[in-house]
Design a binder for this molecule. Sequence first.
Ligand code: SF4
Length: 243
Amino acid sequence: MNTALKSHFLRLWQKRGLEGLALLRAVLAPDTGLKVAVSSSFGAESAVLLDLVAQVDAATPVLTVDTGKLFDETVAYRERLVDHFGLSDVRVLQPSDTLVASADPDGLLHQDDPDACCQVRKVMPHAAAAADFDVLITGRKRFHGGARGALAPVHKEGLHLKVNPLASWGEIDIETAFVDRALPRHPLVAADYRSIGCAVCTFKTGDGDGVRAGRWAGKDKTECGLHMTAHEPRHLNTQETGQ
Ligand code: SF4
């Protein structure tokens, strides 16, 4: 990975102040020399970002993690969106069978140590695939609150440039995009799921709840760790990893 090249584009994109489709056109321009991928959960709002990406280049690599704990509806929705947008390079990442067997033999690690579970099932397979890229595009938005409340459209995070074309978009912007572009909805949105991750850690939200209130509800956890600057991947001990 070319550090000087990434620094150049970080400054350039920040200076231009682009967002949304204009930012994606700049980032996905074929002459940057950067390797770019999208990170997507195929969750409640994912169609909006994937629609914009597909308008620029439907062959852009899309990284998505199948933790083994997803809703069946999410797996079906992923297939529907791949077909709808003509996405030709969706990479479904899976955790190591060996690591899962060692760290989560009964499949209940999410109850006792959700950070460790996310590390094994999400962060590690995602990090391994992301290492091949210079730039990761995400669908994070400031209105989701918490650590996302100060999210910039472009920033450096570890070895990657992170590009968040929807950083400033609000709920109305997202809904407008769904209507104007006739985007397929995740089937669980109609059942009051507003942010959708693993089935065992995702709950319905009520009136007045934040959009991510149903994620790890009742636990002191708000992020899976894929995109946290201040959260270095946790190193599991040898007993947990079996290594
Ligand atoms: S969201 Fe829950 S089940 Fe999924 S990886 Fe994280 S802790 Fe495990």
